[in-house]
Each structure stands twice: as structure tokens, then as C-alpha cells.
Design a protein. Structure first.
Length: 718
């Protein structure tokens, strides 16, 4: 009897475990969840409008569309629409100009406007039957259209009268993985690299497919597999075979593979004595190597190169310039692909202002690059800070296509554990006006090619993806991957709209959840800036790993790797004078921008200390003296994280337990670390200002010495 009871108890435990497993959600499915639509009205409406799905074509991409729509609709509608012809009423027909049903619709004029990757989604008739049509010029366009259609259902939109014309605004929409061949990820906070080089090429992890699906669903069409601090080994035959296996897995999803090229590869793996880009043997080596790559990967995207930056080899080692280096590789690639040459350069001599170096080196080269070269420029001139003014190169190179580089991974934004929704940061840069051709010459117009009529255009995002089960470490990190893809496709989308889509697909369509959580996401930008680097402060994080505060960092081998170089705090005041009386980095912008940022009265307060060194008693817009304003912002930032926690805590009923607790725990880390930033920075700057922390604010929890002595070990990402 006793035995029986134990047996029953054990069964009960197992049953309970199984049922929580069903309801728990580890976030693996990202925004592609395809759970049964909860709103019963919508559900029955969708079921009526989608009784049949016909995907035309036999290509691998068409097979992917069939599978995705099959799984998606089965999940969302709870029933599988039939797929056999002839067309009946309430069909969804997906195809291209090359497939019979779609070509018979004579959509050529409209399709001519959407290019290779665009699509139409129309409520119309096919063979006299009422239908929803997803039409494109290519299979990949149709795939993007199919994902858009699924998104309409996932976000509970009206699909009864569709007339959508959609095409990407930039051509190359690329993730940059800073993944090393040993699977560590530079500045990666979500586990190890997805690429299991050791098991490749034989073992194709399902993750590769799901990665490609997720990218295709937001229109990302390229992936640089390896770190910009490159290892030449990836260009050797055994690795190229592995690269080819990944490229084969990604191809049906329209995702092309790119590699980083180490400039000294001809020496390291080619046995040459030099890597001089004007040396015929070096040029021949790159040509042969590139041809070899194309035998493995016929649609290889091209190379991404970091040269003469942070100790990486480059053409300057041989007295040549960036164009000499880029053009050599561009010639090797020819019309098969592109070379993306990074403008993130600075040498190791003490510079007058690191912010100026890219313009100094690249602007004179405008017009000297081959047609298939893009220069990839970080959003700001220093390095992915919580807030930076737009990079002065945008607008300054009318004859060279400039590709935007954003950092999706949160190196300077709380790394793996802080909730920071990046779309507002991306948008701030894209919407900034360069005045290159008068008012309205936004960075977005430079990047999408409309301002200077660039022939090729692109946007890159440094990936935040690793082998953590939920891909990005923080569940909300997924939103940044998503937002990058959506903005690379269409930079005119608003941050709120992107957050809304993502939240609906990732969590729920319930408005009681959407409104407060969307607001929380939107607020994170300002909150993080406040508790890390308010009022234009920048580059004051921990040494090398860049984790936590480190405004005291000084006396390192390079001045521009220290914090004191950037904040320049002294007894008189704080901030980097980049006006004509200082480094005059401001002189690199067009005159209206110079004028605006150069005058303390018109300089937006968020960039104040980026451009100006100001006395501690300088009166800020709030009426508070600068010192008090800095303190106020640090405290406000830290306090606002508590508000985020409160918002999240009220959402428990809308979120599965696993993700709810995960986010909750990470928010408590963020809250703790926001206080760490606040207290460490305020105490440090106080040693210069010699002013009190207003009495109504809580005292810092520890001494400055305590914070300065913190020395976290094995921080991920280095
Ligand atoms: C900095 C990172 C470093 C990268 C470098 C780059 O700290 O790890 O290698 O940028 O973009 O932000 O090349």
C-alpha cells in the first residue's frame, strides 16, 4: 500500500513537471511563436479568410515558405489550410513573376517598384476567387512577404483589405558577429558563438536554420561570421568547407555569408614576406584566395576588414592608405561581392582627439574607392557610447557609399543584464541632420543613398547573439536584434511601432501589457544614459572589460583608452572642449551643426560635456548648477530603474513564469548596478567639484576607494 502511494506521488510529481514544462517558455522561439490566436473574434475571422494556402514554385526558398506558412498558420489558427489547387475562395497565394498564378495577375508595374527583395500583399481575386496574394519578383521577396503576412496575424491586424507595397530602403542589411574560432565572442554576453566550428561541416545544428529564419523574418540578408579582430585561419580550406556548410544552410533564407579578412593573411597563411597591397604577389594571392572562396560559396557576400585600428595590421604598415588596401580586395572580389572597409580607426600615438581621426584619414580618400567598396562607419566617432552625437563622416563622403554600423550587443550599455531598448538610440543617429546638402540631409538619407545617390547602401549591426537558449541572454535583447533588422529595412519606422510589433509577437496582444511595457522600453534609453553618462559624459567605464563604472581610469598605455582623457574633470569643471578653443572636432561637421553644438546656449544638453568643458557652477536648463544637475541625473537614472521593476512586477499575469522571473531577476541586477554607477561616479567627480550631494538624496553606500578597488574577474566578452 505504502509503495503504491509513493508510486502515485512520483507520478504526480512527474505530471506536474511535464505540465509546467508546457507552460514555461525559455524564449527560444523569439518573436516567431505562432501560438493559437487568443482573440476569438480575430481567430474566426482569420480562419474564414485563410482556408487554402498555395505556394507556387519549387525552389529551396519556396519550400521554406511552404514550411513556414504551414507551421505558422497551423499554430496561429489551430488548423491547417489545404494546399491543393485549384484555387478556391479565401485562398492565400504566394509566388513570383515567374510562377503561373502570380504572373497571370499582371502586377508587373507595381512589382517593378519593389525590386529584388520587395513584395506586394494584396486582397484581390485569383482565377475569379477571392484571395490574398503575396507577390514578388524573386523567391526571397516572396519569403519576406510571407513573413510579413504572418506578422499581420501575429500582431492581430485586419487582413480583409490588404494593399501593401513594401521594399527595403537599404540593400545590405548585415549582422556582424564578433565571434572567434574558439567560440568565444568578443563583447558577447549571451554565451558562446553559435558557430560550432569543430562539428562543422558535418553537423548542421537546427539553430543555424532557426537563426536564418529569424533573420529572414526581419529582412536581414547578410551575416559576417567572424570577428573584425580577424584570424586568417578562417580563410584556409578546412574552414572554408565549414563556412560553405553554413552558407548552404542559410541560402534558402536569403542570408549571405561574409568573412572578416585579416590584412596580413598573405604572410600568415600564404607564406609571403609582405602584405603590401601594391605588391603584385600580394594582389595575386588575394585574387586566388577569393576565387577559392567562391568555389566553396558561390554567392559569397564579400569581406569585412578592420585595418590599422587598435593594433590590427593594414595598408598603413606599408606606407599605403585605406583605399589602396580596400581596392586590392575589391579587385579580388570583382563584381561577385563587396568589400566593407571599417572607418573605426585610430593609431596608438597620443592623438589630439580620437574623435577626429576617422574624418582625417577617410575624407581625403573620398572618390578613390572602387565601386564595390563600402566604408562602414560607427554611429558616433568614439565608440558605441550610451549617447553620442552622429559621426561627422556621415555627409562628408559624397562619393563613397557609407554603411552604418550600430552595436546591438550592449558592450557599453549594461552588457548582458541591463534592459536597454536600442531603437531610440539608432533612430536618434538616423534622424540627425548632417546639413551636408542643407537642412534635411539626415544621416538616414546618407545611409539609404538618397542624399548622395550612392549605388550601394547598407546597415550593419554588431550581433548580440550567442548560444544561450534565448539567443541574446536578456529576453529583451531579442528586441534589439529585431529592431535592428526592421530599421535596416525601413529606417522610417518609429521605435514605438517596432516595440509594439515585437511585444505582441514575443509576449501578448493584450493592451494592458502592451502600453506600460512599451513605455518602459522607450524610457530605458534615457534612464541608462542618466545612470551611466549623463549630459554628454562618455567613455568612463571599467578598464578593458568595460563592465561597470571606471571614471578614474588613467595612466594606461594609451591615453585614449583612459577615462580621464574623455571627461577631463578638474577643480574648475568637467567635459571635453571640442570647440575651436579645444580640439575643434566640431570643425568636422557642417557649419549649421558647428554653430548649434558650438554654442553652450544652443547645444542640446545631452551633448553638453561632449563638446564643452564647463565650470561646476555652470547654470543648466533646470536652473541647477552643473554639479547638482549631474548628481540629480545619476540619482534619477538609478531611481527610474525601480520604476521599471514596478512596471514589470505588475505584468506577471501576462507572462509565463519562466520569462517573467528571468526578466525580473535581471532587472534587480540592473537596479543594483545602476546604484553602483551612480555612487561610484558621483563620489569620483565630487573629488573635483568639492561640492556636497544634496541633503535630500541618500548617501552613496560605500566609499570611493571601495568602488575603485572592485576588480571583477572573468567578465564575459573579452
Ligand atoms: C570596441 C571594442 C573592441 C572592438 C572594437 C572595434 O571594445 O572589442 O574590437 O570596438 O569595433 O568597441 O573594432
Amino acid at each position: 500500500m505504502k509503495k503504491l502511494r509513493i508510486y502515485f506521488l512520483m507520478c504526480l510529481v512527474l505530471l506536474l513537471k511535464a505540465s509546467t514544462a508546457v507552460f514555461a517558455d525559455d524564449g527560444y522561439r523569439l518573436w516567431q511563436r505562432y501560438d493559437l490566436i487568443k482573440d476569438t473574434g480575430k481567430l474566426s475571422n482569420y480562419r474564414q479568410l485563410i482556408t487554402q494556402v498555395i505556394v507556387e514554385g519549387n525552389s529551396p526558398a519556396a519550400a521554406v515558405i511552404k514550411k513556414e506558412l504551414g507551421n505558422g498558420l497551423q499554430g496561429l489558427l489551430g488548423q491547417t489550410p489545404e494546399s491543393m489547387q485549384p484555387v478556391k475562395d479565401n485562398a492565400v497565394v504566394v509566388g513570383t513573376t515567374a510562377t503561373p498564378l502570380i504572373s497571370a495577375l499582371r502586377l508587373t508595374d507595381r512589382l517593378n517598384k519593389v525590386g529584388k527583395e520587395g513584395y506586394l500583399i494584396l486582397t484581390t481575386t485569383v482565377n475569379g476567387k477571392k484571395a490574398t496574394v503575396v507577390a514578388a519578383n524573386t523567391d526571397i521577396g516572396a519569403l519576406y512577404g510571407a513573413f510579413h503576412f504572418l506578422r499581420l496575424l501575429q500582431t492581430n491586424q485586419d487582413i480583409s483589405k490588404l494593399a501593401i507595397t513594401n521594399a527595403p530602403k537599404t540593400q545590405f542589411r548585415v549582422l556582424n558577429h564578433w565571434d572567434n574560432l574558439n567560440r568565444t565572442v568578443e563583447r558577447g554576453y549571451a554565451g558562446f558563438s553559435l558557430w560550432d566550428w569543430h562539428r562543422l561541416p558535418d553537423y548542421i545544428d537546427q539553430r543555424y536554420i532557426d537563426y536564418a529564419r529569424a533573420n529572414a523574418s526581419v529582412g536581414i540578408n547578410g551575416t559576417v561570421l567572424t570577428n573584425v579582430n580577424a584570424n586568417a585561419l578562417v580563410l584556409t580550406k578546412p574552414y572554408l568547407e565549414k563556412v560553405a556548410a553554413l552558407a548552404d544552410a542559410f541560402r534558402p533564407y536569403g542570408l549571405k555569408v561574409y568573412l572578416t579578412a585579416r590584412f596580413s593573411a598573405p604572410i600568415e597563411i600564404g607564406g609571403l614576406k609582405t602584405a603590401d597591397p601594391l605588391d603584385p604577389a600580394v594582389r595575386a594571392w588575394w585574387k586566388t584566395k577569393t576565387d577559392e572562396i567562391y568555389t566553396h560559396v558561390p554567392d559569397f557576400g564579400g569581406f569585412l576588414v578592420k585595418a590599422n585600428s587598435e593594433g590590427q595590421p593594414g595598408p598603413q604598415n606599408y606606407g599605403r592608405n585605406h583605399a589602396d588596401g580596400a581596392n586590392m580586395m575589391a579587385d579580388a572580389v570583382g563584381n561577385r561581392g563587396i568589400v566593407i572597409w571599417r572607418a573605426f580607426v585610430y593609431d596608438d600615438k597620443v592623438p589630439d582627439d580620437r574623435a577626429k581621426q576617422a574624418v582625417n584619414e577617410f575624407k581625403p580618400l573620398d572618390g578613390t574607392f572602387r565601386k564595390n567598396v563600402m566604408v562602414q562607419v560607427k554611429n558616433g566617432a568614439i565608440d558605441f557610447q550610451p549617447r553620442e552625437p552622429f559621426h561627422p563622416l556621415f555627409g562628408a563622403m559624397p562619393k563613397t557609399p557609407l554603411m552604418m554600423e550600430f552595436q546591438i550587443t550592449q558592450e557599453y550599455l549594461g552588457q548582458g543584464t541591463h534592459l536597454f531598448y536600442q531603437a531610440p538610440l539608432f533612430k536618434e543617429t538616423l534622424d540627425a541632420d548632417t546639413y551636408a546638402k542643407g537642412a534635411g540631409s539626415t544621416v538616414a538619407k546618407v545611409v539609404d543613398g538618397t542624399l548622395h545617390k550612392y549605388e550601394i547602401t547598407g546597415m550593419a549591426g554588431v550581433s548580440n547573439i550567442g548560444n544561450d537558449r534565448n539567443w541574446t541572454g536578456h529576453h529583451f535583447g531579442q528586441a534589439n536584434w529585431y529592431a535592428f533588422g526592421r530599421l535596416a529595412w525601413d529606417h522610417a519606422l518609429s521605435s514605438e511601432a517596432i516595440a509594439d510589433e515585437w511585444l505582441r509577437m514575443t509576449f501578448t496582444n493584450d493592451n494592458n501589457f502592451l502600453a506600460p511595457v512599451n513605455k518602459m522600453m522607450m524610457d530605458t534609453r534615457e534612464i541608462v544614459v542618466n545612470y551611466m553618462t549623463p549630459l554628454g559624459l562618455h567613455h568612463i567605464m571599467g578598464w578593458s572589460h568595460h563592465y561597470g563604472p571606471g571614471p578614474w581610469i588613467k595612466d594606461k598605455q594609451r591615453a585614449d583608452w583612459t577615462s580621464v582623457y574623455y571627461h577631463k574633470a578638474d577643480e574648475k569643471g568637467v567635459g571635453f572642449d571640442r570647440t575651436a578653443s579645444g580640439s575643434n572636432a566640431l570643425g568636422q561637421y557642417f557649419p549649421p551643426v558647428q554653430k548649434k553644438f558650438g554654442n553652450v546656449k544652443t547645444c542640446p544638453e545631452e551633448f553638453l560635456l561632449w563638446f564643452h568643458h564647463l565650470p561646476w557652477d555652470y547654470k543648466t536648463k533646470s536652473g541647477r548648477p552643473l554639479w547638482d544637475e549631474i548628481v540629480y541625473r545619476y540619482y534619477k537614472g538609478a531611481e527610474d530603474v525601480k520604476g521599471m521593476q514596478q512596471t514589470w512586477n505588475t505584468q506577471q499575469s501576462h507572462v509565463d513564469e519562466e520569462r517573467f522571473q528571468h526578466v525580473k531577476t535581471f532587472l534587480s541586477i540592473q537596479e543594483k548596478e545602476a546604484r553602483w554607477w551612480r555612487d561610484a561616479c558621483v563620489l569620483y567627480f565630487q573629488t573635483f567639484s568639492k561640492r556636497p550631494i544634496p541633503a535630500n538624496l541618500p548617501k552613496p553606500e560605500q566609499t570611493l576607494e571601495y568602488y575603485m578597488n572592485l576588480d571583477p574577474k572573468f567578465v564575459p566578452g573579452i
